[in-house]
Ligand binder design. Structure first.
Ligand SMILES: Nc1ncnc2c1ncn2[C@@H]1O[C@H](COP(=O)(O)OP(=O)(O)O)[C@@H](O)[C@H]1O
Ligand SMILES: [Mg+2]
Length: 358
């Protein structure tokens, strides 16, 4: 705001000085010239001179406009460079490799230990293998490390111990650009830009065809919304997508991820704003359409995820249980507790601990 105010001030001063100079010039020419015509020193040809002066001022005015536009452009470019030149939070090795065009989506976390900047350990010796095309759900109380696992698979952070491998390659040895196209991490807060619905979608795949767009819209359950919007796919969604509801924004981000067609999709509470039956329907439909892709679902609504291939139950950074919904219910323990008292899933880490084993 300060910079903006300063720029406006400079522009106003600049153009008022310029206007003042022009006006004074005109007054002088007309006043003194007129007097000279009266006294007979000059002829009426002075009027022609005056109109030529006008032609001289026009390019001057254009130059002032161009100067101020260049100024704005310079500021914008500086801001873009600030972002593009920002060092990534994880370094790219000089000999990092690209993924092959097709990957299977086999994820392996081998004895992964992790903590954020503070010394407190967040993940403690995680062993997890996700088969190609497997659909798994991470459940556990708030703060148990679900998001952290998803972020480590996407390599938004580097592990402190152990390794995360995709198709047998350590993620630290993969070029970040290649990793980001194959592994898609979707947050709860959908990132939506002040463009049209279609432009937001195409960020997932700029060369997507109309059929592919249509399919993504259907999978994300957006067909009804697109039909309702005044200009359909070409409707602007406003800053941060504020024309849309929270659930619509989340589904738009999901459709964008579908268009990107990653091999590994990590959905971190990314359909939380939908009502429970819609969430279940959208996720099941997605799993069906993405049968070859590996998908990790994180949701505090266990009811939306009972159908997945495997449920991983986390407790304070360790895997406490895993299995299908039926197996886990049968076994009792933490999962059974979370399932029967869903409120604990949204409580903070300070909430009373669930019984470790019944
Ligand atoms: N960016 C961060 N910086 C420091 N600590 C974090 C950060 N993100 C998460 N944590 C901590 O790590 C633990 C696990 O968090 P998270 O993986 O987000 O849990 P969940 O997704 O299961 O709710 C929590 O104790 C949380 O406070
Ligand atoms: Mg989380």
């Amino acid at each position: 705001m300060k910079a903006l105010n300063h720029r406006e001030l400079v522009e106003v001063l600049f153009s008022s000085c310029y206007m003042a100079i022009i006006s004074l010039g005109m007054i002088t020419i007309l006043g003194y010239g007129g007097y000279q015509v009266f006294t007979g020193v000059l002829t009426i040809g002075m009027v022609a001179f005056y109109s030529y002066m006008g032609r001289l001022f026009d390019p001057l005015r254009a130059a002032v406009d161009i100067y101020s536009q260049l100024n704005r452009l310079g500021t914008n470019i500086r801001r873009i460079l600030e972002v593009t030149e920002m060092a990534p939070s994880v370094p790219e090795l000089p000999d990092a490799v690209d993924f092959p065009t097709r990957i299977r989506g086999y994820v392996e976390m081998d004895n992964v230990c992790f903590s954020y900047k503070s010394a407190e350990s967040v993940l403690d010796g995680i062993h997890l293998k996700l088969g190609p095309g497997e659909k798994i759900a991470l459940v556990g109380m708030s703060g148990s490390g679900k998001s952290t696992i998803a972020k480590l698979i996407a390599r938004l952070y580097d592990v402190n111990g152990g390794a995360v491998c995709i198709d047998g390659i350590d993620v630290r040895n993969i070029r970040l650009g290649s990793l980001r196209t194959k592994v898609c991490y979707l947050l709860q807060d959908a990132v939506i830009f002040d463009r049209t619905v279609k432009e937001n979608l195409l960020l997932g795949n700029p060369s997507a065809t109309t059929t592919e767009l249509q399919r993504a819209v259907e999978i994300a359950d957006l067909t009804e919304l697109v039909r309702r919007l005044p200009q359909g796919l070409d409707t602007p969604v406003g800053p941060r997508g504020n024309v849309l509801s929270g659930g619509e924004r989340q589904r738009l981000a999901l459709a964008r991820a579908v268009l990107q067609n990653p091999s590994i999709l990590l959905l971190d509470e990314s359909t939380s704003a939908l009502d429970a039956p819609s969430e279940r329907r959208v996720l099941m439909n997605l799993a069906q359409q993405f049968s070859h892709q590996t998908i990790v679902f994180v949701s505090h609504r266990i009811s939306a995820l009972k159908w997945v291939d495997r449920i991983i139950v986390l407790n304070r950074g360790v895997i406490e249980q895993q299995g299908t919904h039926d197996q886990l219910i049968h076994r009792g323990g933490l999962y059974n507790h979370l399932h029967s008292v869903p409120a604990v899933l949204t409580s903070t880490q300070d909430a009373p601990q669930a019984p470790r084993e019944i």
